[in-house]
Design a protein around this ligand. Structure first.
Ligand code: SME
Length: 162
């Protein structure tokens, strides 16, 4: 059977993720490390970052946390804005193959072509999300989605314990 280069890269990244999860001393360290590991291993992941939900803010907002990649003007995003707002308010992963065709999209960099946003849950409630942008169209395959959802799940478990 032919294993694609992407699937091999994902398997390598997943090993690094598991090793990071075993040694990270806190949810914060895990999130920081995940941005570094995915940015380093997955060359098509050009911006990798977390947003955490500030529920007490009025209105509630997604606040930028650890990230790797270019600076973004979107440091606070409300729940009805952007792909980020859509993922957090629906509690569902959003994959956009071509951001130029999605009018919800908030531009972070003119080079971004596709994006995935995966919500993070603690006890069934959305507490944040893992957001990744790519300079390539349709960069996020079902295997990529599984990897990013796996990472978001690890963060949720860690936050649940803290
Ligand atoms: N593109 C996102 C905004 C965040 S930046 O990509 C880092 C959105 O549409 O919500």
């Amino acid at each position: 059977m032919v294993v694609s280069a992407n699937v091999r890269k994902i398997a390598d990244a997943r090993k690094e993720v598991d090793s990071l999860n075993a040694r990270a001393s806190s949810a914060d360290a895990l999130m920081e490390g995940l941005t570094v590991v995915l940015n380093k291993h997955m060359l098509k992941y050009n911006w990798v970052g977390f947003y955490l939900l500030e529920v007490d803010a009025d209105p509630p907002a997604l606040v930028l946390g650890h990230y790797q990649g270019a600076m973004t003007p979107h440091t606070r995003i409300s729940l009805h804005q952007g792909i980020c707002g859509a993922a957090a308010s629906s509690g569902k992963t959003v994959v956009v193959d071509d951001v130029s065709k999605d009018n919800r999209y908030l531009a972070c960099s003119i080079e971004t072509k596709s994006e995935i946003v995966v919500p993070i849950f603690v006890r069934g409630k959305v507490v944040g999300e893992f957001d990744i942008d790519s300079h390539f169209l349709a960069a996020f395959t079902p295997e990529d989605r599984e990897l990013v959802e796996y990472c978001a799940g690890l963060v949720g478990k860690r936050l649940e314990k803290s």
